[in-house]
Design a binder for this molecule. Structure first.
Ligand code: NAD
Length: 313
């Protein structure tokens, strides 16, 4: 399959590398020139479960799309949420009427943005448990296993969704068709919406957050707000199931000792966070449905304040 990875940071590099390794034709598109130059000069270098590997994959800056002569079957969107609009504008000329577009970003409601650029029947939404870390331009650290759930947005596109699943599985990406992707996206957003913002504000790892009885009360309120907004859209979540999933992340034997990606973005790397696309979406949709969302609102404003104080906003 001919695949464009639109947003080739940590996750886009993982997917690009694994798909290329499985003999799919892959092109990387990104906005970070140093990263692109390093990939084009030295290949994409990875520490892949302890083994050093290099894949030579063509990479382009999204500002030089006119140079790209590639008719893609599939575009995988992997920008950070706040970069999605500009990426979609950049790659617009590469999309033909049959190009399928799979969005695997964290957060809620990206389809509202994507459908401004992509015909509805070509949009596919997914959720991934793979992880990845950038070690510098052109270098990624890829450890552990993961999975992908995905589904077509438009009715009648199930076969196309299954073709994407097959292509991803040729690259051992462990994908499966989901019959309720919006619910799994909301479930993951509940975990991110509870753990990411709080660990970033409290400057603690996930296990320390879980050990705080106060934090657990806040998490329960945040989850209630996510569930209320989801159910206003006929997406149903089981609170006990969501809380069990959140609590499993507290375990120091699994990921408890990790600092969430939002912490790494803001505290370690002084980059903007995706808060507006996680808790912030709940606030915006709350206004739309007249549902009160004070915890998500406060957390979003606290993260914005911290972004300002640290000079990234
Ligand atoms: P990323 O920050 O690694 O990359 C996103 C973009 O930022 C890319 O265009 C990248 O080139 C650019 N970028 C990264 N570091 C940069 C730097 N130092 N200077 C300039 N530009 C830089 O993002 P990601 O972790 O790949 O996440 C993409 C999406 O996938 C997000 O929605 C994220 O929440 C989600 N996600 C991430 C993980 C993970 O483990 N990283 C897991 C699941 C989902």
């Amino acid at each position: 399959m001919k695949v464009i990875i639109a947003g080739a940071g940590a996750m886009g590099s993982r997917f690009g590398l694994m798909l290329h390794h499985a003999n799919h034709e892959v092109v990387l598109v990104d906005g970070w020139q140093e990263h692109i130059d390093t990939i084009n000069n030295n290949g994409l270098q990875a520490n892949f479960n302890g083994e050093k590997i290099v894949e030579n994959i063509p990479a382009y800056n999204q500002s030089e799309i006119a140079k790209v002569d590639f008719s893609a079957d599939l575009v995988i969107l992997f920008t950070k949420a706040m970069q999605l609009d500009s990426m979609l504008q950049s790659i617009n000329s590469l999309l033909h009427e049959d190009t399928k577009v799979l969005c695997l970003l964290n957060g809620i409601g990206h389809e509202d943005m994507i459908k401004k650029y992509v015909p509805y029947q070509n949009i596919f939404l997914g959720n991934t448990m793979w992880t990845s870390g950038l070690q510098g331009p052109g270098k990624v650290k890829l450890f552990g296993d993961g999975s992908i759930d995905l589904q077509n947005l438009a009715q009648g596109q199930e076969q196309a969704a299954n073709t994407i699943v097959e292509a991803l599985n040729q690259a051992d990406l462990n994908a499966k068709y989901s019959s309720n992707i919006l619910s799994s996206i909301y479930k993951k957003a509940c975990v991110n919406g509870s753990v990411n913002g709080l660990c970033t504000i409290l400057e603690c790892n996930i296990a320390s957050l879980g050990a705080s009885s106060y934090a657990n009360t806040i998490i329960s309120q945040i989850v209630d707000e996510f569930i209320a907004i989801a159910s206003a859209q006929n997406i149903f979540l089981d609170k006990d199931e969501v809380l069990t999933q959140i609590k499993s992340s507290f375990d120091p034997e699994t990921i408890g000792l990790h600092y969430p990606s939002m912490y790494q973005d803001l505290i370690d790397n002084k980059r903007l966070t995706e808060i507006d696309y996680i808790n912030g979406v709940i606030v915006r949709k709350g206004k739309q449905y007249q549902i009160s969302t004070p915890y998500c609102n406060f957390l979003t404003e606290l993260i914005h304040s911290k972004e300002e104080i640290l000079g990234v906003r």
